[in-house]
Write a new protein. Structure first.
Length: 181
């Protein structure tokens, strides 16, 4: 059995895509996943499975949610070792400045980091930074000048619907939870 992390996009955000985590755990366990745990209400799921294909697991989770909750939710799945490499490979500036907001952006396949970077356009290096990683983008933005960043305009672009975002603290907490299993 391999340990995985599934990140659901758009769950329990702004009163939409509402799923109770206890019900999600039960549905996924009923769908064939083992040792299913969730972290906070935004669709972070740690589980084990004998299936060794993250695309297959993503499709299974998406199908289970559609059948049980009637929601079409995109899912990004990572193995425990993939997530560890993502966190360990983060650039030194990511999470370093307390005056900035730090996020981890995960692309929903078939989108790639280059698609998101192209949608953002030229960065303003004094107030924003982005660096691609393995299936993710490390992002840091000035909190006080967020509205002036080009990254802030990502929400209105079509590619935004194909990424899921976790904060620096959530990304690191998920790493700690995965490491503890």
């Amino acid at each position: 059995m391999t340990t995985y992390l599934a990140l659901l996009r758009g769950v329990n955000v702004g009163g939409k895509g509402m799923i109770k985590m206890a019900e999600l755990r039960d549905a996924l366990a009923g769908g064939g996943l083992s040792e299913v745990k969730t972290y906070i209400q935004s669709g972070n799921v740690i589980f084990s499975s004998g299936i060794n294909d993250t695309d297959e697991l993503s499709a299974l989770i998406k199908s289970t949610i559609r059948k049980r909750f009637g929601l079409d939710v995109d899912v990004a799945v990572f193995t425990r070792s993939q997530w560890k490499r993502i966190i360990d490979s983060a650039p030194g500036w990511w999470g370093a400045d307390s005056e900035w907001k730090h996020n981890l952006l995960m692309m929903i396949k078939p989108y790639k980091a280059k698609d998101v970077i192209a949608a953002i356009g030229d960065l303003k290096p004094d107030i924003e930074a982005i660096e691609p990683g393995r299936g993710v983008l490390y992002q840091s933005l000035s909190v006080s000048r967020f509205g002036r960043t080009n990254s802030s305009k990502l929400v209105g672009k079509p590619v935004y619907k194909k990424i899921t975002i976790r904060s620096y603290s959530t990304a690191n907490k998920l790493q700690a939870l995965l490491a503890a299993r």
